[in-house]
Design a protein around this ligand. Structure first.
Ligand code: F6R
Length: 243
């Protein structure tokens, strides 16, 4: 069941997402958050940092799991998701290192790493999972064609995804890694609540596929039609084809 919120601007999108995260932090003794990278959640993370600084909201008892990581970038690389999360959130909210879970893209045996991450996930239930959506309908790095029953796995990135993300690599697609490790669609679906953020006209088609399209691996986000608690927060451009 989708709860769709169409916001006036990006700040309002971020406030709506923050409201849901804050409620989870207030209600749960040991909150577990599922987190995404990319441009969509940055405003939410800024609000979490401001709330921590101004209101003293504590992250000492919060556990986090990230969706994905590039394979082949050292974690110190300025575009690794490890760096992204530390710069944009973790270093500024006082969350203990041991509470942060991220898949590693640097292991000699990536299949073992996928199994390890999925086992880690199995010890927790994610209360709120934050997602962005790719212009091709991916969530995490589950590209079109990924089976709905997938768990954490190595994914080959679509050319369109590498092109979209080249904006973070000085516009050079050749610098964007070709593979990533990602939570699978079945892993994502286990979260109690899902919040998906999308803005800009580049996302309109994917948003349409997620909400109105057939439930089919050709649009991975359409699997969310089977989840009982999904809030989709959009600007008018991203909502252009559904409203
Ligand atoms: C990031 C992730 C991806 C992004 C998606 C949208 O951890 O899993 O699915 O959420 O590619 O990226 P942005 O927000 O940069 O448009």
């Amino acid at each position: 069941m989708f709860n769709v919120i169409i916001a006036d601007n990006y700040d309002q999108i971020s406030s709506e997402a923050f409201r849901i995260v804050k409620k989870e932090l207030q209600q749960e003794e040991h909150p577990v958050l599922g987190l995404a990278t990319g441009s969509s959640p940055i405003g939410l993370y800024k609000k979490m940092i401001a709330d921590h600084n101004v209101n003293g909201t504590s992250y000492k008892k919060v556990t986090t799991f990230n969706l994905d990581e590039y394979i082949g970038l050292p974690r110190e690389h300025d575009q690794s998701y490890w760096t992204f999360m530390h710069e944009n959130l973790f270093d500024q909210i006082g969350i203990p290192d041991q509470n942060v879970h991220m898949p590693s893209g640097e292991e000699p045996d990536m299949n073992l790493e996928c199994d390890r991450y999925e086992r880690d996930l199995a010890n927790y239930t994610i209360g709120v999972q934050i997602l962005g959506i790719g212009s091709d309908g991916h969530i995490g790095f589950n590209e079109p064609g990924t089976p709905f029953d997938s768990v954490t796995h190595v994914a080959k990135l679509e050319e369109s995804t590498r092109r979209d993300n080249s904006r973070f690599f000085e516009g050079d697609i050749d610098r964007v890694p070709e593979e990533a490790v990602t939570m699978g669609l079945a892993s994502i679906m286990k979260a109690k609540k899902i919040v998906i953020i999308a803005y800009g006209k580049n996302k309109a088609q994917a948003v349409y596929g997620m909400i109105r399209g057939p439930k089919d691996p050709s649009c991975p986000a359409s699997i969310l039609q089977d989840h009982s608690d999904v809030t989709i927060i959009l600007d008018r451009e991203a909502a252009a084809l559904i409203s």
